[in-house]
Design a protein around this ligand. Structure first.
Ligand code: ATP
Ligand code: MG
Ligand code: MG
Ligand code: MG
Length: 487
């Protein structure tokens, strides 16, 4: 099954269960001061959970473009090193707003995975919330009983609050969740550790694919919980992970979502032994670089397409950081010294034309922006890396890159702090983060906004005037003028 078919089957399945299929919200969030980027499918529906608005449809499903590089969800350091965390990914989801609850949600997720996608039942297991006495939270007996109808009890694991209880913020709607994990280890390997049930933290081939959240409580200011009058279902399944499972690969990057991009990069940088996109679990610097570049270009392209240009502050700086990180990977590990990323835009535009046409529609402009960004960073990168070598040598004894040096790399050579940290880690060094921050404070702090906000999914705030990104003003001139209109 191709990735397009897999996505379509998800949507068709939930349509057949009475869901209205809605479009993805933009990946860039413009009207919520607590969130810069969409990091889960449910972000666009928060007002329904809060009871501020009534959903026109009691059941909806979609694929949502998500980005997890800042705030509560920051997977950046995992990306490329592991085979299943991306910066930008699609989250497939189905929702019930005060309509169906645990019984149907669980039954349908099981039906979809085992009957439509025909995943081997023996490879699946689930988690339910075990409860938390201290917090006055009960064991999720209801979810347990529903699962027990479908899966043997030794495959229902009990999980703690950290992974199995979802809260919007300190107050507001919340509830237990139930994750579905899949064991992709080879049969031999599974036999060898027979009987031992693992979850994703324990083995790189045992991964979480789907989370079903059951929103049933309201957390009040005094910390107590009250049952919500209307209960909701909110689910999220990692599309790239699902495709990996269904295409029988041991890495998300070996699916048809990424192989085209990776093969193209290999061609461009003229790798002597191209993999054609099949990197498996290889952890060579080169394999990691290929994954990082293939991953990061998507994040960059989709955010620019949705109205966020790279810049020196806030959300724009997040994109610049990702872009510079990608540049350093191809420069250092793929030995390519010219702008590369912008050449991949056309491929992504064509690949996603049917689902996310906004990329193709703005292709020329997106290429231009990325190329200029790459050129600008490449102008200082060589010198910056040489300076970095000196700093590494000078830091060997203490094991720490001091704040002054880290700041010089940032200020003079355009190295975002996380890039310096990454290179430091590669050389078994740490960065004096406090020292860097201190240097930063002394100068006009332009990037503080990028980390200061976005600490939770959201908090309740007075409604701002909602705005919608409707396109860049003048694509040819490349003017950084963005059009928004009130909605
Ligand atoms: P993990 O524990 O693997 O980091 P999560 O518990 O943080 O995942 P959720 O917030 O429950 O993820 O999101 C729902 C689903 O989205 C997950 O089950 C997973 O399939 C997918 N997902 C989450 N983060 C990523 C990511 N960085 N890249 C790709 N898919 C992801
Ligand atoms: Mg996570
Ligand atoms: Mg998890
Ligand atoms: Mg989860």
């Amino acid at each position: 099954m191709t990735s397009s078919e897999i996505r379509q089957r998800f949507l068709d399945f939930f349509k057949s269960k009475g869901h209205t299929i809605v479009p993805s919200a933009p990946i860039v969030v413009k009207n919520d001061p607590t969130l810069m980027f969409t990091n889960a499918g449910m972000n666009q529906f928060k007002d329904y959970f809060l009871g501020n608005k009534q959903s026109p449809h009691p059941r909806v499903a979609d694929t949502q473009k998500c980005l997890r590089v800042s705030g509560k969800h920051n997977d950046l350091e995992e990306v490329g090193v592991d085979t299943y965390h991306h910066t930008m990914f699609e989250m497939l989801g189905n929702w019930s707003f005060g309509d169906y609850f645990k019984k149907e949600a669980i039954e349908w997720s099981w039906e979809l995975l085992t009957e439509v996608y025909k995943i081997d039942k023996d490879r699946l297991y689930v988690t339910v919330f075990e409860g938390d006495e201290q917090e006055g939270l009960p064991f999720d007996q209801e979810a347990y009983d529903e699962w027990a109808k479908w899966i043997s009890k030794d495959r229902i694991l009990k999980g703690k609050k950290k992974d199995n209880f979802w809260e919007m913020g300190d107050t507001g709607p919340c509830g237990p969740c139930s994750e579905i994990h899949i064991d992709c280890r080879s049969n031999e390997e599974r036999k060898a550790i027979d009987g031992k049930t693992l979850i994703n933290a324990d083995h790189p081939q045992v991964i979480e694919i789907w989370n079903n959240v059951f929103i049933q409580f309201n957390r009040k200011k005094d910390g107590s919980l009250e049952p919500l009058p209307a209960k909701h279902v909110d689910t999220g399944m990692g599309f790239e992970r699902l495709v990996r499972v269904l295409q029988g690969k041991n890495s998300n990057y070996d699916t048809d979502i990424f192989t085209g991009t990776i093969a193209e990069i290999e061609k461009m940088v003229a790798l002597p032994n191209p993999s054609g996109g099949l990197l498996g679990e290889s952890s060579t610097k080169q394999a990691i670089a290929l994954r990082v570049v293939a991953d990061h270009i998507r994040a960059i392209v989709f955010t620019i397409a949705d109205g966020q240009l790279p810049s020196n502050t806030g959300a724009g700086y997040v994109i610049r950081r990702i872009l510079r990180r990608a540049v350093r990977y191809y420069y250092s590990y793929l030995d390519y010294k010219q702008p590369l990323l912008y050449q991949l835009v056309k491929l992504i535009a064509a690949q996603f034309e049917q689902v996310f046409p906004e990329v193709k529609q703005q292709q020329a402009f997106i290429e231009k922006v990325i190329k200029e960004e790459e050129e600008s960073f490449l102008r200082t990168l060589e010198k910056g890396l040489r300076r970095m070598d000196d700093i590494i040598a000078a830091s060997a004894k203490s094991g720490i890159i001091n704040g002054k040096d880290a700041f010089e790399l940032y200020d003079t050579y355009g190295f975002p702090a996380d890039l310096t940290r990454l290179i430091a880690t590669e050389n078994n060094l740490k960065v004096d983060e406090a020292g860097f921050e201190n240097e930063m404070k002394q100068q006009k702090d332009r990037s503080r906004a990028a980390t200061a906000i976005d600490t939770q999914d959201w908090v309740q705030v007075a409604a701002e005037v909602p705005v919608k990104f409707v396109g860049y003003e003048d694509l040819n001139a490349g003017a950084k003028v963005i059009k928004y209109r009130k909605v």
